[in-house]
Design a binder for this molecule. Structure first.
Ligand code: AMP
Ligand code: FE
Ligand code: FE
Ligand code: ZN
Length: 296
């Protein structure tokens, strides 16, 4: 069984629509993927249906933008009830702020003589419910300013860059509580990646475990081998599940090919168990109500 628990579609900042993402996952020999678009469930229905066509289990997930002591921390939520009001309301709020932030980012770009418009961004973000910097990067590519997303982040969009604008994010512990109250399983995405490493100290991980965190994404491109060894040991100490995933974004992020890292079947089963599911019914997603906002 090959299991990849972190993927993005064009419903957020991946480059493939959910149907194509799932088809590619099946072609890559995966048996299970989780669709974990940023701050939205809008891809679930299409992905689960495509999974049925391709004989692949699609686990409904979400990657929630949270904040801890001023740093961005990404929280994966697996199998929450997509109609649980408080969680839906918080995701709506995050996406609304993403829209406002887009205008601020474009203003800052214009001030440094980089001329793209809101329309340019919406044109490259068709189908996205959750708008972010990668869409701005795609618009900069379309306008000929840079060759790829990475260059756009390096020049303007990364933290500390001339067009960086922070975004609204609920506290990590609060997001963990929301995921749990929605019946889901909370796992920290790439805890020692770029921005979150500074704040996710062993002590902070212990606190979050106490707040209901269920697992750590250990095997991920953002982690060196030494980080993985250390995180695995911390997970064992704290009784946390260990996952491994690609964080695939289509062609939007080089190196993150589907199945690049995978989750061990027994860890996956522990995760499902917390959500009250078995491998046989893991792909039975509640119908997610489509939300408003984004480029739609
Ligand atoms: P945002 O959600 O708007 O804050 O944008 C963050 C997203 O940008 C992350 O989820 C990554 O997928 C993407 N990202 C961050 N840095 C890079 C980079 N250097 N190249 C491509 N994508 C990136
Ligand atoms: Fe992303
Ligand atoms: Fe992330
Ligand atoms: Zn991700």
């Amino acid at each position: 069984m090959r299991i990849d628990l972190h993927t993005h579609s064009s419903v957020s900042d991946g480059t493939d629509i959910p149907e194509i993402l799932v088809r590619n996952a099946a072609a890559a020999g995966l048996d299970v993927i989780a669709l974990t678009d940023h701050d939205t469930f809008d891809g679930w229905n299409a992905a689960v249906a495509a999974g049925r066509d391709h004989g692949l289990t699609v686990v409904g997930g979400v990657e929630i933008s949270t904040g801890l002591r001023g740093a961005a921390v990404h929280l994966l939520g697996y199998l929450p009830d997509p109609n649980f009001g408080p969680l839906v309301a918080e995701l709506d709020r995050i996406r609304a702020h993403r829209n406002d932030r887009l205008t601020a980012i474009i203003d800052r770009l214009n001030r440094v003589d980089v001329h793209i418009t809101q329309q340019d961004v919406l044109a490259v973000a068709s189908g996205a419910s959750s708008l972010g910097r990668p869409h701005v990067a795609d618009a900069l590519v379309a306008r000929g300013y840079v060759r790829n997303r990475g260059e756009a982040f390096d020049n303007w969009l990364a933290e500390g860059g001339p067009a960086f604008v922070p975004k609204y994010a609920p506290p990590t512990a609060e997001a963990i509580a929301l995921v749990r109250h929605a019946g889901g399983v909370a796992v920290l995405a790439h805890p020692w990646g770029r921005s979150s490493r500074r704040v996710l100290t062993p002590r902070a991980l212990e606190d979050l475990a106490g707040a209901g965190l269920a697992g750590l994404e250990v095997d991920h491109d953002d982690h060196e081998q030494a980080d993985r060894d250390e995180l695995r040991a911390l997970a064992a100490d704290l009784g946390l599940i260990v996952t491994g995933s690609s964080d695939h974004h289509g062609t939007g992020k080089i190196g993150h090919e589907l199945g690049r890292y995978t989750t061990a079947p027994e860890q996956y089963e522990l995760l499902l168990d917390i959500a009250g599911r078995t491998p046989a019914d893991a792909g039975r997603a509640e119908q997610a109500g489509e939300t408003s906002g984004g480029a739609a």
